[in-house]
Ligand binder design. Structure first.
Ligand SMILES: *C/C=C(C)/C=C/C=C(C)/C=C/C1=C(C)CCCC1(C)C
Length: 252
């Protein structure tokens, strides 16, 4: 009992109005559960789909571990865990690019497509990190870095919606085309949640938008938005891949 109480003393209370702490906590559980779900389902699928579902599980698993750290950081330090946030993204977003490549392999996708998507995702995230963590003394520079990041984002949108990836998806047809289309919507709408968080979190707002008045509320709004974005995109993306694998696995 004593030991139990001692252990409990290390767990701090999440205040009722601490939406960031709450979403970090729920986020870590959701990511954990999703990982278990993807990993344990692996043997159900035809061999050629297993790598894709495995990668879905790795994405949510990497996020789960980062969420444990981010939750603690938020609790102990009381600031945005920007470093852990971006390490998480720089590992998981390229893996999402790998997912596009993996499902399009049936149509003959080349590794070059994968590297192109990975390259632009890294440009998007590194410039975003500079804007969010390094250029903090200059709202103008935060605007500029955010804009460069946004351009890289639109290159990815272009490649998957209209470029090389789209052509391969069309030639693959069937379930792959269907899954590709949904993933495209995730990139266009689901990923657009992040620049919204960035704008909310930047002091004084961006593009002349003064959305949140003080820096503390701005940081809170940004983290809640990022946490919602992560749950939607990482788990959602994985479920699309999961359905594709289920629907394309021979049923007898
Ligand atoms: C699992 C994590 C994901 C899918 C993260 C995606 C992150 C983005 C799409 C971030 C995009 C940004 C911009 C387009 C401009 C402002 C800076 C960023 C990095 C927030």
């Amino acid at each position: 009992m004593r030991t139990f109480m001692y252990l409990m003393a290390d767990v701090s209370k999440i205040a009722n109005d601490d939406y960031v702490g709450f979403t970090f906590f729920v986020g870590s559980m959701a990511m954990m559960a999703a990982s278990a779900f993807f990993f344990l389902s692996l043997s159900q699928f035809d061999r050629k789909w297993r790598t894709s579902v495995l990668v879905s599980g790795l994405i949510t698993f990497i996020a789960a571990v980062h969420y444990f750290y981010m939750r603690d950081y938020w609790d102990q330090v009381g600031e945005s865990p920007t470093f852990f946030r971006y390490v998480d993204w720089v590992l998981t977003v390229p893996l999402m690019c790998v997912e596009f490549f993996l499902i399009l392999r049936v149509a003959g996708a080349k590794v070059g497509l994968m590297w192109k998507l990975i390259f632009w995702s890294v440009v998007m995230l590194v410039t975003g990190y500079i804007g969010e963590a390094i250029a903090i003394d200059s709202p103008t520079m935060q605007w500029v870095w955010g804009l460069i990041s946004g351009i890289a984002y639109f290159v990815i949108v272009y490649i998957v919606w209209f470029g090389e990836a789209k052509k391969l998806a069309v030639s693959a047809g069937g379930q792959v085309l269907k899954a590709h289309k949904i993933l495209c919507w995730f990139v266009l709408v689901g990923w657009a949640i992040y620049p919204l968080g960035y704008i909310l979190g930047t002091e004084g707002g961006l593009f002349g938008l003064q959305l949140v008045s003080d820096i503390e509320s701005a940081q809170q709004a940004m983290n809640v938005v990022y946490n919602i974005g992560d749950a939607v995109n990482k788990i959602g993306f994985g479920l699309v891949i999961y359905s594709l694998a289920i629907n394309s696995t021979s049923k007898d």
